[in-house]
Design a protein around this ligand. Structure first.
Ligand code: NAD
Length: 251
């Protein structure tokens, strides 16, 4: 049961804000069928992210990553945006949301329409659709390489090919973190949704926004390590909470 008083408090903050930045994590996409890292069950119990999503392990033996990839590709490929992604795109259309900073690589914000009305999108951990060689940096599309009948694809220079997603231990794409941090300094409201806030440096965003005067709304199924920063913490499922928030805002 979502706390109705807190829901109205959050709706009021959104109504009074004109430069909202959304910061999303894997939890926003669980209602689209893509498992997050922390919730029990699902993909990540079979593929420990500290091994299968580690850059160091990838360089030692890329076949581990590519084994996991085959299942992730199916999950991400079949997923559609849910009510939370759609509501964020609607808030952009209403002139409220000016930027979306996401830790997700699933492109569901863009599929929902985020960015269509001018909001900047920052994919801190890259995206699944593109690949590159980790040795010579040549870029590829998925249809240019064979991932089906091999343990892992290799570049003609003999380097390993990997989707342009950021693995644990790997640097973030150049300029993306700086751009996202800058967005947080301009926000009058930061909505943090579906993130445990355990992954650095992505988890710097809430404290930067707070330091520069933004109101903070957290939407999460469970508590996070930064709850004390939140002006309003809404506990529950993102899809349902965003649906109710939009109803109040539009009423
Ligand atoms: P996380 O897995 O650490 O935390 C997700 C949080 O969302 C948890 O606290 C959980 O309680 C909450 N949650 C789950 N479902 C929810 C829902 N429907 N509504 C509200 N809250 C919900 O995720 P993170 O903080 O993003 O960090 C993990 C890393 O995982 C990120 O770096 C990200 O790149 C990567 N990742 C991405 C995807 C994706 O692209 N969809 C999926 C899995 C992991």
């Amino acid at each position: 049961m979502i706390d109705q008083e807190k829901l109205f408090d959050a709706a009021l903050i959104i109504k009074n804000s004109n430069h909202i930045v959304v910061f999303s994590g894997a939890g926003i996409s669980t209602e689209s069928g893509i498992d997050d890292f922390r919730s029990p069950g699902g993909l990540w119990e079979r593929y420990d992210p500290s091994v299968y999503a580690s850059y160091q392990y990838f360089l030692e033996d890329p076949s581990l990553f590519w084994k996991m990839h085959k299942e992730v590709e199916d999950l991400v490929g079949m997923a559609d945006p849910n009510q939370a992604h759609i509501a964020i795109a609607q808030l952009e259309k209403m002139g409220k949301v000016k930027a979306v900073i996401t830790q997700n690589i699933d492109m569901l914000h863009q599929k929902a329409g985020s960015g269509k009305y001018g909001a900047n999108i920052y994919q801190l951990h890259g995206e699944y659709g593109k690949l590159h060689c980790v040795k010579c940096n040549k870029e590829f599309n998925f249809d240019e390489i064979n991932t089906k009948d091999v343990d892992y694809p290799k570049c003609e220079c003999s380097g390993y090919i990997k989707p342009k997603v950021v693995l644990f231990g790997e640097s973030l794409p150049h300029g993306v973190l700086e751009g996202a941090m800058n967005e947080c300094t301009n926000a009058d409201c930061l909505i943090v949704v579906g993130s445990s806030l355990l992954v650095s440096p992505a988890n710097f965003m809430p404290s930067i926004a707070k330091q520069y005067g933004a109101k903070l709304i957290f939407i999460n199924r469970e508590n996070t390590i930064m709850d004390d920063l939140a002006d309003v913490f809404l506990k529950g499922s993102a899809g349902e909470i965003f649906t109710q928030l939009l109803k109040i805002i539009n009423s």
